[in-house]
Design a protein around this ligand. Sequence first.
Ligand code: GTP
Ligand code: SPV
Ligand code: MN
Length: 586
Amino acid sequence: MTTNKTVLTWVDEAVALCKPDHVLWIDGSDKQADTLRQEAFGTGELIPLNQDKLPGCVLHRSDVNDVARVEDRTFICCRRKEDAGPTNNWFDPKEAYPTLRKLYDGCMKGRTMYVIPFVMGPLGSPSAKIGVEVTDSIYVTLSMLIMTRAGQCALDELGQSNDWVRCLHSKAELDPAKRYICHFPEDNAIWSINSGYGGNALMGKKCFALRIASYQAKTEGWMAEHMMILGIQDPQGNTRYVAAAFPSACGKTNLAMLIPPEIYQEKGYKAWCVGDDIAWMRIGEDGRLYAINAEKGFFGVAPGTNAKSNPNALATTTRNTIFTNVALNLDDNTVWWEGLDKNPPKNALDWKGNPWNPDMEVKAAHPNSRFTAPAENCPVISDQFNDPQGVPIDAIIFGGRRAKTAPLVYQARDWEHGVFVGSIMASETTAATTGKVGVVRRDPMAMLPFCGYNMGDYWQHWLEMGKKLGDKAPKIFNVNWFRLDDEGHFIWPGFGDNMRVIMWILGRADGTANAVETAIGYEPTPDDINLDGLDFSKEQLAEILEVDPALWREDMESVEQFYARFGDKLPKELKAQLEALKKRLG
Ligand code: GTP
Ligand code: SPV
Ligand code: MN
């Protein structure tokens, strides 16, 4: 399939190390994917679903100890510890390589090694990058075929170039104690072993498109971000784009596929999805910031996805989709998860494959169960999805899950203040990563688990991008859909109604929307957000726009402690922003 010596040599080395019985190069054809699917049905790695109701769809159950990203087993392996920074686990490459080599030695005996060449980003895009993943998992292979542009097209695009990322993956024994997700940014390499799930194993995603790419982006002058990309088309047919960074399981996929409230639909507004998880952004010839979606599919959270919350996601998953760790409805051989509908199956298997019925205490689907679905299935996929140039971004939105502190929305005073707003982001942890759920932690730019180098240098890079963009820089905002009332209910209706907030944001970006200056930035008044057709009062809106200075002063103490970890890597601009905010808060 290729004469590229750098690829052939590396695959030979991987074969010599892992010692598979067979090697199969993935060409990207439907025929080959079908053969692999049939093989996986035979071994139980995949379970076929009802082909009338869910054509081309399959179910996969991961190992019960392998259900989410493992941040404590994820390492940045650069020569100097300080280059990994205080927020990453560091593993000296001098030790990491020999340690891992021992684990990979012979790990594919009796198995086939699949060689997957893949492109991140639209084919022919100046922003696109290439990788080759070898793996011993059919599930990973078929997932990569959905999530990336994989096969012969990638090798054609690569030609004889040496500029590609080496992704060595083996599920090995799936032993959590020997699980390593190691990134070598200085070597363009990722070594992942003993996991077969999600961001640990689909290496185009977080490993390459964020951890390695963020390092490349810093070196090459662009941005690799944990952001969805949404286009809002006005009645005149002009589409403007926003990019939003929310931590894992905090609403990117839902915002990316939102259905406009009726009041906007009636006027002729439309919403288009460009991406739901990873945006690569560079400055275009006109000086504006352009974003591409690095991926070709969605690896979305299943629980909570339903015909009301996200009908577009549901429609996207009705064909050629891999479901992982959801429940199997034995009556009609379809899938189910908590929050899909109010009719849980009476006769089902839970995500572990055990008999399940609605009277049982345990969950039918794992909280981090997911669908892997082709973007082309999405009813609102943007016609710019494959555009090599990407789309121009008018606004960057940060956000997280905060029960109290953060208001529904506010705008940063300028780019530098916006970088500060991103740097102080905090959010409650979710099931997307192993560990405790619901603990507030600082998660700058939603990149805490994904920045491939020192976060202090990353903030510096953001500041430099702002200088380059000058007055063409997108405006920066912060949102919080997750404010709770005293009974612990979400106050804001969220989902499609988030468009009401996006409209204010776009209005601010073009200078038409009103705002008042507050201690934390610019905020709308309750009159500035359109509540027409919504059962939600201005008093309620006022409540979630409110900023409690005492809570903020407390929060800034925690920011101060967080910042202190970066020593002299903390950009002085951010330190100054913190001091200025503290002063404004009194
Ligand atoms: P990753 O794929 O892990 O990066 O997650 P994500 O950021 O794409 O999150 P996603 O859109 O899948 O949403 C995660 C969870 O948050 C789901 O259970 C959603 O139902 C819920 N959610 C999303 N948007 C909203 C919202 O506006 N309000 C409320 N209350 N919940 C939301
Ligand atoms: C996330 O956790 O942000 C995800 C899922 O998008 S994973 O691919 O596992 O990283
Ligand atoms: Mn994500």
